[in-house]
Design a protein around this ligand. Structure first.
Ligand code: KG4
Ligand code: ZN
Length: 333
């Protein structure tokens, strides 16, 4: 079964065709990131306009690339939330139009659940498992009984993990999106050089990252760095990045393993943009040895937003009996 996946929840317009939830026949992606960079964050109106501008040409490019015809598509899967309202509406309207024109079924996919799917491109994983989604908009822990039955165990009470990396990167004037810049800076710093308090939350599986951002701001203010008169030395930026990244990543690791222990599951799946971070991947893997938990990371090329994860999960949901009518609605969070 060839599934067309459509992803437009944020700044990426992406299409993919995946066969039987396993074999990626082709994928195309256009990002409007360069139009947002100067604002230091995504501007929703620009994102939705750019989806509209590129979607038809991009879809045609996918058909050309895969040497497939419209008629070879058996199912249309589309991200219907969470995400930016305007952006989601563009993708969902496109999906409805294609499904209607081809007289094929339509299935709406939750973007966060889809971030846990790419592991299935390389593994035949058993259910249940614990899923950690670490992206720019969310930090969520799920108990995944199957893809129709996910229990939210914990989430960020304030900033998402990627969001806080992006915000601190802006304070340090590193660039947007911040995660990759911080990863590079942190490699040159000492994670033990500055001590940030460990993150505490009332419910043990929830996350909280905004306190770290405030601690970084106070640290810099106290030393006169945020007045615009004094430049932050590069060596201090290295140590700061290494130190706060360490505290943030320790929190992700501790809570994910705690969820595994509480649910008595020894499989942990990790997806979302922050999972691109090589240091996080290594830290998770080395900690997992003593916990006897098998950690599965999304393949690097599918950690960030993409349409193959949507097509893959769409197939899984359809096989379990889910399909949507043309009344399918979008949701923002
Ligand atoms: O999953 P994603 O592409 O989009 C959302 O659904 O939000 O994640 C984007 C986030 C950004 O906050 C970005 O800074 C972060 O992923 N990110 C990283 C790395 N690459 C991207 N964070 C840490 N290390 C990286 N190498
Ligand atoms: Zn995402």
């Amino acid at each position: 079964m060839n599934v067309l996946g459509i992803e437009t929840s944020c700044d990426e317009t992406a299409f993919s065709i995946v066969k039987d939830g396993k074999e990626i026949l082709g994928e195309v992606l256009s990002s409007s990131l360069k139009y947002h960079k100067k604002y230091g964050g995504i501007i929703p109106e620009i994102a939705s306009r750019m989806h509209l501008e590129v979607e038809v040409a991009l879809f045609k490019e996918l058909l050309k690339k895969t040497k497939l015809n419209y008629k070879d598509i058996d199912l249309v899967a589309v991200t219907c939330g969470p995400g930016l309202l305007g952006s989601l509406l563009v993708g969902v309207s496109f999906a409805k139009a294609i499904a209607y024109a081809l007289n094929k079924p339509l299935v709406g996919v939750n973007h966060l659940h889809a971030h846990l799917y790419p592991v299935f491109f390389n593994h035949n994983l058993d259910f249940p498992f614990i899923g950690l989604v670490v992206s720019g908009g969310h930090t969520n822990l799920f108990y995944v009984r199957d893809f129709l039955n996910l229990e939210l165990l914990g989430k960020s009470l304030d900033d998402a993990c990627g969001e806080v990396l992006d915000k601190i990167a802006r304070i340090l004037d590193l660039g947007y999106p911040g995660g990759p810049f911080i990863e590079r800076m942190a490699k040159k710093g000492n994670p033990k050089s500055l001590s940030f308090s460990p993150i505490k939350t009332k419910a043990p599986l929830d996350f909280s990252f905004s306190g770290i951002k405030t601690a970084v701001v106070y640290y810099l203010k106290k030393r006169g760095f945020l007045s615009g008169l004094k430049r932050i030395p590069l060596s201090l930026k290295y140590d700061l990045c290494a130190s706060f990244q360490e505290v943030i990543f320790n929190s992700l690791i501790e809570k994910s393993f705690l969820a595994c222990r509480l649910k008595k599951v020894n499989r942990l799946v990790i997806g979302g943009g922050v999972a691109c971070n090589q240091y996080l991947r290594e830290k998770f893997l080395s900690s997992s040895l003593k916990e006897k938990i098998k950690v599965y990371f999304s393949p690097l090329q599918h950690c960030q937003d993409n349409a193959s994860m949507v097509a893959g999960l769409g197939y899984g949901l359809f096989k379990k009996g889910k399909s949507d009518s043309f009344d399918l609605e979008v949701f923002t969070d």
